[in-house]
Design a protein around this ligand. Structure first.
Ligand SMILES: [Zn+2]
Length: 420
């Protein structure tokens, strides 16, 4: 028996470019107009959408493969702007110290497939060790493994002893996390280092965190001066900046420094909401994973101090999600996958609706808004002519019942069917 050469993956991709597919959609969610259209036809040539319109008038080219989703709701592939695909949710706290970076990257190959099969056709990975996220992105793009489109940050950058350092080991091990940089010029240099080794965006830790040892989630870490230097350097190099920030002053200073998104935003106040609205800074508030942390965290190795921190800010974050959304801040769907099991990303829709969004607004956060934050608005995020054919489907009316998105039955990425 002969082995199939890897090159065949590439040549299959070449052949797909000629392939024409027509999807019959019973319902189609137009996330741009915030409308549900009925009886639509989508025509796909190769990787991209070439036509979309009413089934009665949209011509299906001769020889097109027909995919019948006339009993389903069809919508753009979902996007999660806050994932850690190399993160294993069973290896929290001290358990994670025994895992090599290269092993985490291989775990990430599985997480990438699971995430895509759950309907998430693009993700932004915000923090990984050993450039595992860079390797995953490249392996997916080269066709070696199956996964979502990725933008990656490599190491998250932060202060010594902060959330983005590694604080589990005693001093005799003399270990400092690879993303640590103190002071404006060291931080600039760290941005350059991440870009040198493949980062598409920069992730920083503006405040303490929940799952780190010895810090306060609400306490500011990077100063305004340091964050201004980071943002200036990153933007100069064409990279956006995502700031992990739970605390009130860290959120304010990160927005003033010009970051593109605030991750978590747990203790955002009226001033922070106003600044985010005025500057157009996206908020990516991970309001599902509290459930996993509190229910499964102890078994998964999460430290008692982290569980205590989660209990203190989890509910406040959900309440502040409602305030921030109603206060006009732009929202992008981000979940912190890797803290909880990969593939469960869509569980967050339930909470976004419970805390003030309509199902359509929650879907917009995970499609058109997320694409905008990633700088990919012309490529993905809606079912529009010229964009990649990243398309999913669920039974029933997804725009009326958010829970359906946890049961995606059809996934296409770039014209290739991943799940049906
Ligand atoms: Zn995270």
């Amino acid at each position: 028996m002969a082995l199939v050469p890897l090159a065949s993956a590439q040549s299959a991709k070449e052949n797909d470019k000629e392939k024409i597919i027509a999807i019959r959609a019973g319902r189609l969610i137009d996330v741009v107009a915030a409308k549900v259209l009925v009886d639509q036809t989508i025509v796909i040539r190769g990787e991209r959408i070439s036509a979309v319109g009413p089934g009665a008038t949209t011509k299906v080219p001769d020889g097109a493969e027909l995919i019948d989703l006339s009993q389903a709701t069809v919508l753009p592939g979902l996007i999660d702007v806050h994932t850690h695909l190399t993160g294993n949710p069973q290896l929290h706290g001290y358990r994670g110290l025994g895992e090599a970076d290269i092993r985490a990257a291989l775990y990430g190959a599985r997480a990438a497939r699971v995430t895509l099969e759950a309907g998430f056709t693009s993700v932004r990975n915000v923090g990984a060790s050993g450039y595992g996220d860079v390797a995953l992105r490249d392996a997916i793009n080269d066709g070696d493994i199956v996964g979502p489109r990725m933008l990656v940050s490599a190491y998250a950058i932060g202060i010594k002893g902060g959330h983005c350092d590694e604080n589990l080991l005693p001093p005799e091990f003399d270990y400092t996390g690879k993303g640590v940089a103190d002071g404006p010029w060291a931080a600039r240099s760290k941005v350059r280092e991440m870009v040198k080794y493949g980062a598409d965006l920069i992730k920083i830790c503006a405040s303490g965190g929940v799952l780190s040892k010895g810090d306060e989630a609400g306490a500011q870490q990077y100063t305004l001066e340091e964050m201004k230097a980071i943002v200036d350097e990153a933007h100069k190099l064409g990279r956006k900046v995502a700031a992990h920030a739970h605390g009130t002053s860290s959120i304010r200073d990160a927005i003033l420094a010009g970051v593109d998104s605030i991750e978590h935003a747990s203790l955002i106040d009226e001033e922070g909401i106003r600044l985010a609205r005025e500057k157009g800074t996206y908020l990516a508030m991970d309001i599902y994973n509290d459930d996993y942390i509190l229910q499964e965290g102890e078994k998964a190795g999460i430290l008692p101090e982290s569980l205590k921190k989660e209990k203190e800010i989890g509910q406040l974050q959900r309440d502040n999600f409602r305030k921030a959304f109603q206060g006009g801040a732009r929202m992008a769907f981000g979940t912190d996958a890797g803290v909880y099991p990969h593939g469960d990303n869509a569980k967050q829709f339930y909470y976004m609706v419970k805390y003030g969004m309509t199902p359509m607004q929650a879907i917009q956060a995970a499609t058109i808004n997320a694409a905008d934050l990633m700088g990919w608005k012309s490529k993905v995020g809606s079912i529009s002519v010229g964009k990649f054919a990243d398309i999913i489907a669920v039974d029933g009316d997804a725009a009326a019942a958010d829970a359906l998105l946890t049961r995606v039955k059809f996934v296409m990425k770039g014209g290739a069917v991943v799940r049906r």
